[in-house]
Design a protein around this ligand. Structure first.
Ligand code: GLN
Length: 513
């Protein structure tokens, strides 16, 4: 990020590289992840304020294990090695790493040996830490002092503060190392002499400055979906270029109850952003007619979206050159293109015709999701948008199992709103990652008011998750389930049965489709 002192996390294939970067950021220091084969000259060019060498799955002495250029330690930039990173530092500088035969996985008792240590300053002499290793440093390099050990790791911590070099065998970035954040803070604030200055305000300032610089006086469009990312991206770009931004909200009629109104309200009335609200529900329904297969649904919705968007953008007399996208940092890391300081990127947005080449403005490409939310709050976006649950792009279309019709959408929307409302009323809104209703388009027999019915069932799904990669079903109190059930069948005449999905992910997915 422009002008912010940066700590680079060199990723050796660690399970926790992203976590390290996030923790550093939580200490209010900007941090980015770079691949381990980044040349040292490139690292030097970026003038980092500090470097963290991450953990990694290999053994430092095994053939083909990722290595570190010894010049890294002579840049005059403080370096902290964590686990594999520490082992690499030890081996490169003349210490010794070996498979000692006593691995440590999980909690370990650490003894701090050097009261004058930088990393452990103002910390208890005995603390619990989280370990995950087979190998261990058995001999620190010359000139390093031993700072900590555990039963199985004789050199669980070492440092050579005058050279700015530090290492720990344990993982300070995980919550199971209760003093871990303090260790990181000591490295950052003392070892690297940084001050905690990277705040949401500084993010907003530096991002808006670079957006206005890059975009100049050109027109910019943003396709709003109603979700967190595109909303925050739009608000941020608006802060930078004001009236040059037009938001296009393609309302496909597949949103949840009152979401479309919220988008209108927030952007047009509250933020006074130029908003084109295209009510295209009929076109989307038409495109979905007779379609049952979820992949085909997604494809049809995607195509229709592009067509509607294109018509609007073309109808605009002053051609916009820039398109805002809410790409987040994890997507950037995963796609392998780590030039994260970029504000603009590739032309030709997938699906749009060639003569409509936009250049992308991706103001969130340095940020993690929780940071995006904090930026959103700071920009004055309402809670309902900032804390909106993840929602599939094709919307309710994939929560109807079977053909999507206007009637089924109405039924699902009403039932879904009840599910959400009851969970919120029970005070469980923030505790669930996602909660929603699914409408499988089948019928079963029921009895309502002495009359035999043949109605739809509704599936209630509520899951907890950290990152959507895995999830568990929420143990909703029976009273909440009961209220949902009776309200749904009492309100929606087409529904005569309510079931609760008790499947985790894996084996299930969060969405049904
Ligand atoms: N693979 C190395 C070991 O087993 C480092 C492990 C790690 O970095 N978590 O010791």
């Amino acid at each position: 990020m422009l002008d912010s002192p940066t700590v680079l996390v060199v990723d050796f294939g660690a399970q926790y590289a992203q976590l390290i970067a996030r923790r550093v950021r939580e200490c209010r220091v900007y941090s980015e992840i770079i691949p381990h084969d980044t040349p040292v000259a490139e690292i030097a060019r970026r003038r980092p304020a500090g470097i963290v060498l991450s953990g990694g799955p290999k053994s430092v002495y095994s053939p083909g294990a990722p290595d570190v250029d010894p010049k890294m330690f002579d840049l005059g930039v403080p370096v902290l090695g964590i686990c594999y990173g520490q082992q690499l530092m030890a081996r490169t500088l003349g210490g010794e790493v070996a498979r000692t035969g006593s691995a440590e996985f999980g909690r370990a008792d650490l003894e701090v040996l050097s009261p004058g240590s930088v990393l452990f300053s103002d910390q208890p002499a005995e603390q619990s830490v989280w370990m995950s290793h087979n190998d261990a440093v058995v001999q620190a390099p010359e000139g390093f002092r031993l700072t900590a050990s555990t039963q199985a790791s004789p050199v669980a911590g070492f440092e050579a503060p005058r050279r700015g070099l530090y290492g720990v065998q344990f993982h300070p970035e995980v919550v199971h190392s209760p003093w871990g954040t303090e260790v990181l803070k000591n490295f950052l604030y003392q070892g690297c002499a940084l001050i905690p200055s990277w705040t949401m305000t500084s993010i907003i300032e530096s991002t808006t400055a670079s957006i206005s610089q890059v975009v100049g006086s050109d027109r910019v469009v943003c396709a709003l979906s109603g979700g967190v990312d595109s909303s925050v991206a739009a608000a941020l770009v608006h802060r930078a270029v004001g009236d040059q931004l037009t938001c296009v909200f393609v309302d496909h009629g597949l949103l949840r109850a009152s979401e479309a109104e919220q988008v209108e309200d927030t952007f047009r009335r509250h933020l006074e952003i130029d908003l084109i609200h295209i009510k295209a529900a009929d076109r989307f329904l038409e495109a979905l007619r007779g379609v049952v297969d979820p992949e085909t649904k997604r494809k049809r919705i995607g195509e229709t979206f592009i067509r509607v968007f294109e018509e609007t953008a073309r109808a605009d007399p002053e051609d916009a050159r820039w398109l805002v996208q809410g790409t987040l940092y994890p997507d950037v890391i995963e796609s392998g293109s780590r030039d994260a300081a970029r504000i603009k990127s590739h032309h030709n947005v997938g699906g749009l015709p060639d003569d409509m080449a936009f250049t992308l403005v991706e103001p969130l490409r340095n940020l993690f999701k929780d940071e995006v939310r904090r930026v959103g709050v700071e920009l004055g976006l309402p809670e309902e948008i900032v804390w909106r649950q993840p929602f599939p792009g094709p919307g309710l279309a994939v929560r109807i199992i079977g053909e999507v019709t206007a009637e089924r959408l109405d039924i699902l929307r009403t039932a879904d709103a009840i599910v959400v409302d009851e969970i919120n009323r029970a005070g469980l809104g923030r505790a669930v990652w996602q909660a929603f209703a699914v409408l499988p388009a089948i019928h079963s027999v029921g009895i309502q008011g002495d009359e035999r019915t043949y109605g739809y069932p509704i599936v209630v799904r509520a899951v907890s998750s950290e990152d959507a990669m895995t999830a568990d079903w929420v143990r909703l109190p029976f009273e909440v389930l009961e209220r949902i059930s009776s309200r749904v069948v009492g309100t929606v005449p087409e529904i005569n049965r309510v079931v609760y999905d008790v499947t985790s992910k894996p084996p299930g997915t969060i969405e049904w489709e």
